[in-house]
Ligand binder design. Sequence first.
Ligand code: NAD
Ligand code: LMR
Length: 328
Amino acid sequence: MKAPITVSITGAAGQIGYALLTRIASGSMFGPDQPVNLRLIEIEPAMGALEGTVMELDDCAFPLLNEIVPTCDLAEGFRGSDWALLVGSVPRKAGMERADLLGINGKIFTGQGQAIAANAASGVRTLVVGNPCNTNCLIAMNNAGGIPNDQFFAMTRLDENRAKSQLAAKAGVHNSVVTNLCIWGNHSATQYPDFTNARIDGKLVTDVIGDRAWLEGEFISTVQQRGAAIIKARGQSSAASAANGVVDTVRSLTTPTPEGDWTSVAVCSDGSYGIPVGLIASMPIRSNGTSWEVVQGVGLDEFSRAKVDASVAELSEEREAVKDLIPS
Ligand code: NAD
Ligand code: LMR
């Protein structure tokens, strides 16, 4: 039996936590032969609800679940962590943009970044889900002195999955044949789901779907507004699909990317594609199962370039808005 991987999850008693924990404990995230320790972090008022979630995990009798530690202490919660999944934060309500949450949620990520640096394993990888996730990740990364920037990620995989599903439906194909779909920029209403480089069964999407007006219009806005549409329909933000996005993101970073393909995740920019260094921006990534790299040479036509620039400009504005939470 392999040694267990330790996974810390904040907001473990929330909606996404509820959908995510069984996926991790059953082996969907790290595979069917990988035991896991779960360190479940909540705020004090939610500890009662977390106790109920732990009871349910116990009642699943998962063969791969080695240990569960429920806690509202950050040091205990991140101790020895190999993966820190930062979900805990307030979701937006109908009528809000995700950036409206910065003032409420941003400060959560200073203490969590510090606690990760002080307590987690040195190779810990952190995935931020709590919104606005790119800039919350920026805050956590900059407060986690000593942990390399390339170990921080923010989630745009849910957007990638949404975009693939929309393209597949339009083309009348299964979503599994849609590849090379990159979400660029911010997990926000400015994100750019790049149809110009995406492929269906190996062919350019633009050669398969002749309706350019739909691609430039309805397709992009549907993906950009999907989170809001779900909030309107459910009265609560996406949870099962968000948890699935977390599982997909971690699997994509821990297994080799299929030949010729890429995946979307927001990472600390090294200046690729003219994105300012240090911003947490989504771009095309390949993994070898251990480390990752930005895919270079993806062509951006004039339309795409303007969309990427707009989303990146928003990230710069968000960075400016939280500069007090970033140590100089
Ligand atoms: P929720 O309200 O159901 O659960 C959030 C949980 O976080 C609660 O249990 C709360 O007690 C806990 N929490 C709050 N502050 C905390 C802190 N400081 N430390 C630890 N736990 C804390 O919300 P949810 O539906 O699970 O969504 C969580 C976040 O994920 C929201 O910000 C939401 O907008 C975001 N989200 C992101 C994506 C994405 O694609 N990046 C997708 C869906 C949701
Ligand atoms: C989503 O994309 O579903 C989440 O970011 C929740 C939201 O506020 O849209």
